[in-house]
Design a protein around this ligand. Structure first.
Ligand code: ATP
Ligand code: MG
Length: 422
């Protein structure tokens, strides 16, 4: 079985490493990265199921297809639980296996990264922000991140921390809106034992917890004016006091603040301290909403399909043409979070290889009528998708792609250049 499968896969252009037992497989995994494992269940030594558990334990995030001549419901369920992507009974239907492997390879090729922390984009505006992050990261300057809900403010903040020299230190997050005003000071600065009636022991606040690292002040616009004054002092003097103490504590902390409110406007109208706004926004990252960067919709979609395929052991390869159109025209008021949730649900519900409208909740079942000022972005995103599809079909051959699109090679070239696809 091992030898003949290796031969067949080899003729389809895959590089195959074959080993005769699970221990050898684990050894070889330490030295060679692989994209897919195909494993039997009954083997000499370690069984296929124990092998799966072991992979899980050593955090090898590789898709696994199990094959067996003796599949019981129990083994199948256990295999799935330990992350097997699929289960094939002997005799194996080779064409089906090959098409599944092709899907996995394709998904992999489109997604060289596997991490949830990765910032995925091809949009020029966001790429510019990423360059800002690179420059800002090594400094200790405060950073203000603004953008609608779900645009990735927290993701950007954690990327900034990760690229800074503080990355070995803690990243401490506090949501200024979810904590009652009376408790926020205590949460941020901590207290001494006996500072108030219930303070039975001393408490290190978030600023002390973040020592040597970064503090992320989320929803900063919700902070009361008196608290803003206290925060300003930390920014100016780099020190603060615990409640009930007159001993100052040095704050070796980088401050990143975020909000979905227009704080610049609030600073002008007096509902946010102007001096604090200026201090916080030494570096200001404003993240545009997804509907203003539609060229990211398909890229993010494929990224999330990959993440959730891995998480749920599915092999959803893409979107139906109808769903593609709906996605490209949708207004995505919840931004990337909305897209991510939508894809997670679709991957769970999808039975075939493409997401269809049946897999989506009702608000995604039909094409939205876009707002007039969105049209340019939509046109560009749709054009890009159509060109990519034609290039894919023609195997990258531009002459053939332009014939498929019924335009001249020159027009195709011009369009690609305009869309930055060169
Ligand atoms: N460019 C991106 N690439 C990949 N994932 C992204 C990207 N932007 C956002 N996400 C994902 O979208 C989700 C929402 O992002 P995040 O929580 O950072 O948004 P937010 O702006 O802080 O939202 P809120 O204002 O509601 O707190 C997260 O799961 C995040 O990982
Ligand atoms: Mg957030």
């Amino acid at each position: 079985m091992c030898v003949s499968l290796s031969k067949i896969l080899g003729t389809y252009g895959y590089t195959v490493i074959s080993v005769q037992n699970a221990n050898k497989a684990i050894d070889s995994l330490q030295s060679e990265p692989v994209d897919l494992i195909i494993s039997d269940i009954r083997m000499p030594g370690m069984s296929g199921l124990d092998f799966l558990k072991e992979l899980h334990a050593i955090k090898k995030d590789v898709p696994v297809i199990m094959i067996s001549g003796y599949a019981t419901v129990d083994t199948v369920v256990t295999a799935m639980k330990y992350g097997a992507l699929n289960f094939y009974e002997k005799p194996i239907k080779i064409p089906k296996l090959l098409s599944e492997i092709a899907h996995i390879a394709e998904a992999k090729a489109r997604h060289p990264v596997l991490s949830e922390k990765e910032i995925i984009t091809q949009n020029p505006v966001i790429l510019e922000k990423l360059r800002m992050i690179e420059k800002a990261a090594p400094t200790d300057a405060p950073v203000l991140i603004t953008g609608e809900s779900g645009t990735g403010k927290e993701l950007f903040a954690s990327a900034l921390h990760g690229k800074s020299r503080r990355s070995g230190g803690p990243f401490v997050k506090i949501n200024c809106a979810s904590i009652p005003e009376s408790l926020l000071e205590n949460e941020l600065f901590g207290h001494e034992k006996g500072a108030y009636t219930d303070a039975h022991c001393a408490y290190r606040g978030k600023f002390e917890q973040a020592e040597g690292g970064t503090i992320f002040l989320d929803e900063i616009a919700e902070m009361s004016i008196p608290m803003q004054a206290k925060l300003l002092r930390v920014l100016q003097e780099k020190e603060f006091e615990r409640l009930g103490s007159d001993h100052s504590v040095k704050a070796d902390v980088r401050i990143i603040a975020a909000t979905n409110k227009d704080v610049a406007m609030m600073a002008k109208s007096g509902t946010f301290r102007q001096d604090l706004f200026y201090r916080l926004s030494v570096i200001h990252l404003d993240i545009p909403p997804l509907r203003e960067r539609r060229d990211d919709i398909m890229l993010l979609t494929n990224h999330f399909l990959f993440l959730f395929n891995t998480q749920y052991g599915k092999t959803v390869a893409g979107l139906s043409t109808e769903v593609k159109e709906i996605f490209l025209l949708h207004s995505w008021l919840g931004n990337i979070r909305e897209l991510k949730n939508c894809i997670e649900r679709a991957v769970i519900f999808c039975e075939g290889s493409l997401v269809t409208t049946d897999d989506l909740p009702s608000q995604y079942k039909s094409v939205e009528t876009p707002r007039q000022d969105d049209l340019q972005g939509i046109y560009e995103a749709v054009t890009r998708e159509v060109i990519l599809e034609a290039l894919e079909k023609s195997g990258g051959n531009r002459q053939r792609a332009s014939e498929l699109l019924n335009i001249t090679r020159r027009t195709l070239y011009n369009k690609m250049q305009k869309l930055g696809m060169e």
